[in-house]
Design a protein around this ligand. Structure first.
Ligand SMILES: C[S@@+](CC[C@H](N)C(=O)[O-])C[C@H]1O[C@@H](n2cnc3c(N)ncnc32)[C@H](O)[C@@H]1O
Length: 240
């Protein structure tokens, strides 16, 4: 089975949006892990005067985490799936959040009305066809020295993480497949973890993409979730 990409992936996410929300609701650490990663952006003064980007916002859990870390900021939340965005907008519509329907790869400043002080991408990068291209887009949308936090499942190459991941699949991913009826999406999720970068490889990818001050912090009890924090090139803003 191949991984789902682009339009096929959006269609699967459209179809599975309600069920994905149900799975998140029964996962006790999901929202608190996102909040912790969003806080790692180190946004001062509740993000007052800042513009922030939430990439691959799904139905808004990561947007809510960003809002919690920076309640005064202007937030643009982007997703390629119209179904996900409809649910996000129905749940969360504070005046300082705007939802944009677009693949990240196709975004430019004209579409999102200017540049951003920081960006958050939770569980996005495993799903895109070309992570380097997405990093290049984000780098161009950030102000010089702007921060990126990536919250992602990243296994290491050893057996322990793979065994943990198999256990997580047994407990969450496989039942999710039956709950949603979107079997292809859940097969994709299962495989996308195994085929994505290790934490070390993703940190190297960030550096190759000209991001600096790359830090990798493990998250969660299983050790398979990480937050990567990095800065776009250029003058370094005093944020932390
Ligand atoms: C696992 S969900 C993200 C979860 C969300 N950030 C959260 O923390 O709850 C992945 C999301 O990325 C979106 N996505 C996948 N590829 C994308 C792309 N190239 N551009 C924009 N969104 C994309 C999917 O539609 C889906 O909603």
């Amino acid at each position: 089975m191949t991984l789902l990409r682009d339009d096929d992936l959006s269609a699967a996410f459209n179809h599975g949006s309600l069920a994905c929300d149900r799975l998140v609701a029964v996962n006790p650490g999901y929202r608190s892990d996102l909040r912790r990663s969003a806080r790692r952006l180190g946004l001062a003064d509740g993000g007052r005067g800042m513009r922030l980007l939430d990439l691959g916002c799904r139905t808004g859990a990561s947007t809510a985490a960003l809002l919690k870390a920076a309640r005064h900021a202007e937030i643009v939340a982007v997703d390629a799936s119209a179904g996900m965005l409809e649910r996000a907008a129905a749940k969360c519509r504070p005046a300082n959040v705007t939802f944009v329907h677009a693949p990240v790869e196709a975004m430019d400043e004209s579409q999102v009305h200017g540049s951003f002080d920081a960006a958050f991408a939770a569980y996005l990068f495993r799903n895109v066809s070309d992570p380097d291209q997405v990093l290049a887009v984000v780098r161009d949308l950030l102000v010089p020295g702007g921060r990126l936090a990536v919250h992602e499942f990243t296994l290491d190459s050893g057996r322990v993480h793979r065994a943990v991941w198999s256990a997580v699949c047994g407990a969450v991913v496989v039942p999710g497949r039956w709950l949603t009826g979107v079997a292809a999406l859940y097969r994709h999720l299962r495989r996308s973890f195994l085929e994505f970068d290790t934490a070390t490889d993703f940190a190297s990818r960030l550096r190759r993409g000209s991001f600096g001050r790359v830090r990798v912090r493990p998250r969660g009890q299983t050790g398979i979730t990480h937050t990567f924090v990095a800065q776009a090139p250029g003058a370094v803003r005093d944020q932390a």
